[in-house]
Ligand binder design. Structure first.
Ligand code: 3EB
Length: 338
């Protein structure tokens, strides 16, 4: 059964190098709390965010091989039979301001994808040093959004499929803008959340250029389906709810995830996504002292069997304290026994 899975993403104990030694089916190994500028192998993605709670877990993506690796300009990639993982880390001391660096990262990403057999990004993760620095439209997150919009040319009359995304602040001391993605030969089905205004239609108050991402995408491959969930925060409509209340923000984020998964069910008809042992959640927390409260809330409100890790990360609005993303399995309805 699990052999049919298109992407097997899991959290594992052990070192990154141990997992990288396993050739064959390892597409990517994510290591937390280390510099994105020192990747050992194209499949190795060091991420600056520190892990909170149980340290020492790495995230491993496996898929059908053989896995081919290489680099393209400043991008490094690993290409399986049907999926590609690629990553870029730009040293901001060399690449200019945030807007220019973001445009550069997305220009490289797009020129790489255009010549790849796996042209469609399904989900993109963005880690942005000092994301909330600067005020008003100078805020680094808003500058990042501007650079992304400069690179991603979208005809306003056309609505191409948008990838899911996560954008999180990384420590300002680590000056690397990091972007990594999962891509396939065909676009995912993009899903919006009925409880939230689509991000690309956010009103002007959130910045001069709206963020370009869908709330989630459904990956269909080898008769199996997975839901790639974008970074989901306590945003209802377009507004932040539960300012300064981390537990309530997490509960609201989980309601947003549920609502997104139900919308996916409405669109695909015969299947249900479930937070179960075949999925994974990543919980981003702005203030490490909130860890216990966030853990408690997640234990109370999400199924115990879904693997999760906690990472210290700033959220793209100053009044947001936590955010959650994940990858979950979608099951055909007839296989669900009530
Ligand atoms: C939000 O709902 C939270 O800019 O790529 C979530 C996921 C957020 C992706 C992005 C931003 C991004 O607006 C922020």
């Amino acid at each position: 059964m699990s052999d049919l899975l298109s992407l097997r993403a899991s959290y594992q104990e052990g070192s990154a190098s141990q997992w990288l030694e396993r050739s064959g089916d390892v597409l990517a190994v994510f290591e937390f709390g280390c510099s994105p500028l020192t990747s050992l192998d194209p499949r190795h993605v060091p991420v600056a965010l520190n892990q909170l709670g149980s340290p020492g877990m790495v995230e491993v993506w496996r898929c059908a091989g053989p896995i081919k690796t290489g680099s393209w300009d400043k991008l490094r990639f690993a290409q399986g039979e049907q999926l590609t993982m690629g990553h870029i880390a730009l040293d901001l001391r060399e690449t200019g301001d945030m807007r220019e660096s973001s445009k550069l990262a997305y220009d490289i990403l797009q020129t790489y994808l255009q010549q790849s057999p796996h042209q469609w990004p399904l989900k993109i993760w963005n880690y942005i040093p000092g994301i909330n620095q600067g005020s008003g439209d100078e805020e680094l997150y808003r500058q990042f959004c501007l650079g992304r919009a400069d690179a991603v040319l979208i005809d306003p009359g056309d609505r191409p499929p948008l990838p899911a995304a996560t954008a999180i602040g990384s420590p300002a001391e680590e000056p690397a803008l990091q972007v990594y993605f999962l891509a396939a030969a065909l676009p995912g089905l993009d899903v919006e959340n009925p409880r939230q205004v689509s991000a690309w239609r956010y009103p002007r108050q959130y910045g001069p250029k709206s963020p370009l991402f869908s709330r989630g995408t459904v990956l269909r491959l080898n008769g199996s389906r997975q839901f790639l969930i974008s970074g989901t925060a306590s945003v209802v409509g377009h507004q932040t709810h539960h300012e300064n209340q981390v537990a309530n923000q997490l509960s609201e984020s989980l309601r947003n995830v549920q609502s997104l998964l139900e919308e996916g069910h409405r669109l695909t008809g015969d299947s249900h996504a479930r937070l179960d042992s075949e999925g994974m959640l990543k919980v981003y927390i702005r203030n490490p002292e909130d860890l216990e409260l966030v853990q408690q809330t997640l234990d109370d409100e999400a199924p115990a069997e879904i693997p999760r890790i906690y990472l210290q990360g700033d959220i793209c609005r100053e009044n947001l304290l936590t955010e959650i993303d994940g990858i979950v399995r979608i099951h055909k309805s007839e296989l669900i026994r009530e």
